[in-house]
Design a protein around this ligand. Structure first.
Ligand code: ASP
Length: 433
């Protein structure tokens, strides 16, 4: 349901005493003209209160920008992907009927920056961040321009001037002290205008752009909310709220009305993609509630994640695809000892690789990690110095939290289970597809 595509041109006044809120809209809510109009209509309903809007890049722009940087760095032809990204943004601007000369020049400058950065010589992850971050810069500029033209008083804010990180490219580690000092200055602006800013991006002390990890815009919203501080965060999504499983995989999945922070945080750890894993912690520490709501049905309640106790939660099923199982086998008929285990963990730390499940046997230590080819090859080459290393890719890790007898039996007996582990509340099986 679209809640209104035409926004009245009367200018809205913000109530200085209204509670400050942060809204985050993901790529799906800004993927085309219709979606952008829907999003602006939702914002308009809340626009009399101080609002900070965090947006992702449009649709699948980040994936396309990843391809551009990858191709450009390998000296392959990136033109086709580049032209596609550029023309899709230009088409949306045209359909929204926005933009004077200076706005169009700013959009053009973003595309110049993408090409320049993608073809730079240097460290891959740093170059990646300079290119991929432009998706959010573009989407936020387009949204802000459209909202201003529609009578919503708004200001475009460069998130890189407010979210300060270390030089950990593609995984920006936030400098909370500096970030708080910068963001604390924003309430003054918020009492006059709606702020539109980018998710996913920050910058280093040298003012080089960093990204916070894929899907990191939720985390950006949590950072802004914690530092302002805001009364709540709402993540607007294309699903009715947080569900007990992905409805595309499990048809009888249910929507939770409310969830404790702890439960939601554990779900994200196991791979539930509805919220970025780093989002809950800062909000829970500051006791800021997080709403997950459907942008196609804004009046439906969605899910509230907050400080609460919910008894008898139903089984919660999370699928994590693209997993890799690595087994390190000791070669001299001894058993894996502490020193050998510590060398495995040192290699994981050196390659910044997180373990999703681990298991040991008399002769080997096995662990499952997200598959990213360059990282895994590096890890395997380090481990091969001390072990015989085997690995399987293309696996899915299924986690059933709060399992009952039915789900326990169902998932353990799935075909092609190559690793299984259970505790009192959680079952995990690794399945070969
Ligand atoms: N655009 C980024 C991504 O696709 C960040 C986000 O959407 O949260 O990963």
């Amino acid at each position: 349901m679209i809640v209104g595509s035409n926004i009245a041109l009367q200018t809205i006044e913000i109530n200085k005493f209204g509670v400050m809120k942060v809204f985050k809209f993901g790529g799906a809510s800004i993927k085309n003209t219709k979606a952008i109009k829907n999003m602006a209509a939702i914002i308009k309903q809340f626009a009399t209160q101080p609002l900070l809007i965090v947006v992702s890049a449009m649709g699948k722009t980040t994936n396309a920008l990843e391809q551009i940087v990858d191709k450009a760095q390998k000296n392959l032809d990136y033109r086709f992907s580049f032209d596609e990204v550029k023309s899709s943004h230009q088409e949306i601007i045209r359909q929204l009927e926005i933009g004077d000369q200076s706005f169009l020049e700013k959009i053009e400058a973003c595309f110049k920056e993408i090409e320049k950065a993608a073809t730079e010589v240097g460290e891959y992850d740093q170059i990646y961040d300079q290119v991929v971050s432009q998706g959010e810069v573009l989407s936020s500029m387009i949204l802000c321009e459209f909202m201003s033209n529609s009578g919503l008083p708004c200001e475009w804010l460069d998130a890189r001037k407010y979210i300060h990180t270390q030089e950990t490219y593609r995984e920006g580690k936030v400098d909370w002290v500096k970030t708080k000092q910068s963001i604390e200055t924003l309430p003054k602006v918020l009492h006059q205008k709606i702020i539109v800013t980018q998710g996913f991006i920050g910058s280093t002390i040298k003012q080089t752009t960093t990204t916070l990890g894929r899907e990191g815009s939720d985390y950006s919203a949590a950072i802004f909310a914690t530092c302002l501080p805001a009364k709540s965060v709402t993540i607007w999504k294309d699903v009715p709220g947080v569900m007990s499983a992905d409805p595309k995989r499990i048809s009888n999945a249910i929507v939770f009305e409310e969830l404790p922070y702890q439960e939601a945080s554990e779900m994200t750890y196991y791979g539930a993609s509805v919220i970025h894993p780093k989002t809950i912690k800062p909000l829970a520490n500051a006791n800021i509630p997080l709403f997950v709501k459907n942008f196609d049905d804004p009046s439906s309640p969605g899910t509230i994640i907050h400080n609460c106790k919910v008894d008898n939660l139903p089984p919660l099923i999370v699928f994590k695809d693209n997993q890799c199982l690595i087994s390190c086998k000791v070669t001299d008929y001894s058993f894996p000892n502490e020193q050998q285990l510590s060398s495995i963990f040192a290699a994981l730390s050196q390659t910044n690789t997180r373990i999703n499940v681990m298991q040991n046997s008399a002769i080997s230590f096995s662990f499952c990690v997200d598959y990213r080819d360059s990282k895994i090859l590096k890890l395997v080459s380090i481990l091969s110095k001390d072990f015989e290393v085997y690995y399987n890719t293309g696996l899915t890790l299924i986690t059933v939290k709060n399992y009952d007898a039915n789900t326990f039996n169902e998932y353990r007996t799935k075909p092609n289970v190559i690793l299984e582990q259970s505790s009192r509340s959680t079952l995990q099986v690794l399945v070969k597809n």
